[in-house]
Structure formats: C-alpha cells, structure tokens
Design a protein around this ligand. Sequence first.
Ligand code: AMP
Ligand code: ZN
Length: 475
Amino acid sequence: MPLRLFNTYSRTLEEFHPLDPAGSEVKMYTCGPTVYAHAHIGNFRAYLFEDLLQRHLESRGFQVRRVMNITDVDDKTIQGSRSAGIPLAEFTSSFKQAFFADLDTLRIKRADHFPEATEPGQIAAMIEMIKTLVERGLAYQAEDKSVYFRINKFPGYGQLAHFDLSELRSTGRVKSDEYDKEHVGDFALWKAWDEEDGAVRWESPWGPGRPGWHIECSAMATQLLGDQLDIHCGGVDNIFPHHEAEIAQTEGCTGRKFVRYWLHCAHLMVDGQKMSKSLGNFYTLRDVLAKGYSGREVRYALMRVHYRAQLNFTWEGMEESRKALRRIDAWVARLREKAEEENAQRPTPNVQRPTEEGSGFEDALDDDLNISGALGVLFETISETNLALDLGKLDSDAARLRLQWWERIDRVLAVSGEETVALPAEITALAEARTQARLAKEWRKSDELRDELAAKGWEVRDTKDGQKITRRGGV
Ligand code: AMP
Ligand code: ZN
C-alpha cells in the first residue's frame, strides 16, 4: 500500500511522492515555538505528530531534511521582555533553552536547522521578499508606515482555509479598526516601529520596524529549503491566517507552488476547550513531570491518538499510557530472557516463527499515520507472543526475531527503555536533608525523612553509590 497523507489544501488523502526526482529527499518545514513562555503540552502534541511523521518517512527509506523556526520576535515576545524589564534577546534565550531540553525529554528528533527570526541573515531575507512583493504590486505601505500584503491581488488567497473573503467583508464578521489598510484582511509584512517596541527595531526601505510573523516563516523556509517544499506542518490554528499568508507571500515572490502537502494536527483539549496560554488551561511539560510522569510516558500519551482527532488531556490518560508502556517493558524483558536461552539441538515443535518482514505496523502508518491501527498491531503481537511463551511454543530464535521487529518499530515510537524521572524541587530538598542527616549519623532523622518521602509517593533505597529515589510503583 502506498503512503497516503491527508492534505489540508485538497481536503483529501493523497499518495505521497516527494519532489526529488530520485524520490528520496523530503523537504519538511514545521512551524516552531514562539519563545515568550515555556511551550505547553498542546504545542508538544504538534511537535510529536511531526516527529512521528519524520520517523515514519525515514522508516520508509526517505531522507528527511527538516527545518523548525524559532519565533523570537513578535508582539508577545516584545511585551514579555518589556514587562520583565530585560532586553528581548535575553528574555527569549531562557525559553529557547527550555524548549530544546523539553524536545530531548520527549525524544523528539532534532530538526536539521532551527533558524531564529532575529538572525541578521533572516531579517535581510524578509526585507528582500517584502521588496519584491511591493515591486509586484502585491504589497503597499500604508499611512501608518507599515507594509501590508494586498490580498485582493493574489487570486488564490483563501484556498488553503477554504475561506471566501468577500463573505468575510459583507457579513461584517470582522470589524476593521485599522483604517490604514485597503482591505480588512490585508496583513502586515513589516510593522512600523512605535514606542512600545523600545529597542527592538531594524532599518528597512520603509523606515525602522520589525517583520510580521507570517513573513518570518516564508523567509526562513525558502532560505533553508528552497522555493518549494514537500511537507509543511503545524496545528490547525495555523491554517488561517498564518499558512494562508505564507502561501501568498512565498508564491507572490517565486511564482511557483510553495508546498505540496499541508498537514495539520487537531488540538489537545482540556475539558472541551483548546489547551492554550491565553485561556490559562495549560500544563507545561515540567508540570506533568513534577507529578512523577516520565518523558516517554508523556510522549506516548500525546502520540497515541490519530493526529487529526482531538485529544482530551486527562490524568487517567496518563495512567493508561503508563500501563501500556509497562506492558511493553514486561514483554520486551520476557523476550530478552527467552532470546538468551540456547535453543536445543532440535527445534521446538510447533514453534511460532514470525518473519522479520511483518509490516502491519508500518502499513497502518502508511494510512495517514494511523497510529491506533499501528499500536493495535503491536498489542496484538504482544498478546500472541505472551500466549505462545506461556504454552512453550516460542523458542529463542523466534524471540530474537520478535525483538528485532520491536527494535525496528521502536525507531518510530521511541518509547523503549526506562529513564530517570526529574525530581520535583521539594523532593530533592528532602533527599538532600536526608543525605546530610546520614552523614551526621542522625539515623532517626534520616528515617523520618524517608517516611516523609514515602508519604509523598517516593521510595528511597540506600546503595553503595548513595541513595536512589524512585517514584513508588513508577519508573
Ligand atoms: P505557538 O507557539 O502558539 O505559535 O504554537 C506552536 C505550535 O503549537 C503551532 O503549530 C500550533 O498550531 C500548535 N498548538 C498550539 N496549541 C495547540 C494545542 N492545544 N494542541 C495542538 N497544537 C497546538
Ligand atoms: Zn510558521
């Protein structure tokens, strides 16, 4: 079965073929974080769906070249740096670092490039694109000195979002208070400097100012991947206006089709509402880790539902994910034990001999990343194997083959192996106090601290390398 992906542009499932004549390289652009706060796990749902896509493409032999941008200048970052009273670059840098640490915790593969919007080369590229658009009559400078894209001059505008702009105007759904613009839907390419922006400003042919968010992505994508991309991803909230604007700007400059496949993931929800910073109903990765969950448990929980289906975040869901991973761990441990046994001279009669080629898992993912189907294949295999082991019908050769199969599919899932859980600050402090108590030979105090840790759900073991702390009943 060929690999098929749901293209937001056509609203249909399409067979995937990259532009590369050799059919090997895939150019993929993924909208990255705006670094004014810690990313929340809704953002990570988007990044995890992109990770699953990249890993699956690679398992099918494609070479993925991926770019993820970092939005380090926009209204929110400027506002954040102003309220913190520190320069923009300083303000955003801690959130950038935290973002990369979170990617690692969630085992998300690093993109090949993480361009930052404020890099001088990128700002220059944005200005060049805006110049071209102005020369072609696709953009204009308004009285407020900002430069806007003229959407009426771009016939395809609205096609990605399936949006009729004349309707937008006639029903009066959007009230324009920006009297400088020709059309209510015209969007800013260059925002003229004002006092609120403080020291954040770059020179341009239209006066000092800063780029609009949409042009940032058009410039960074084309700078690093060329005029045409195979895949562009984001969450559904990116479709309009962000991605619609990216098409208009880029195609307005290059005259060529910008993106072949547009993929968008549905939202992570909380109590029926989108998880978002503005609603305040969000958890950061750190919040979830502080409850004692591990990175791979969060990874699994956010990845296990099809990317186009909404996923409701619940603690029960986290528990289910923990159980699913324990089941996988126990199965792998059992297979390893069996695989280490030497086979008797004569093969065991009636043994199950799975073939290495069994590709049900990958076939399911070929169907627009049908992760539920793929996990179904995995858990069926686990049940069958466990039964065969119970009945003595699976010998060490067969166990080794199963393990090879697991290693192959885990290159896509990336959930195997236990990991250290980050200890909440309060627990670290109690553990440290206990170390001190033990050094001072205050055994009673040490025991009391152990009990206090236990009451909070953490178990202490004293080893020759010092105390080891684990979540009770967890990894
Ligand atoms: P932002 O930092 O707001 O630009 O968002 C970064 C990425 O996360 C974008 O691709 C968004 O579409 C995506 N995103 C934001 N909120 C959610 C959510 N609740 N569920 C899934 N994706 C989201
Ligand atoms: Zn973007």
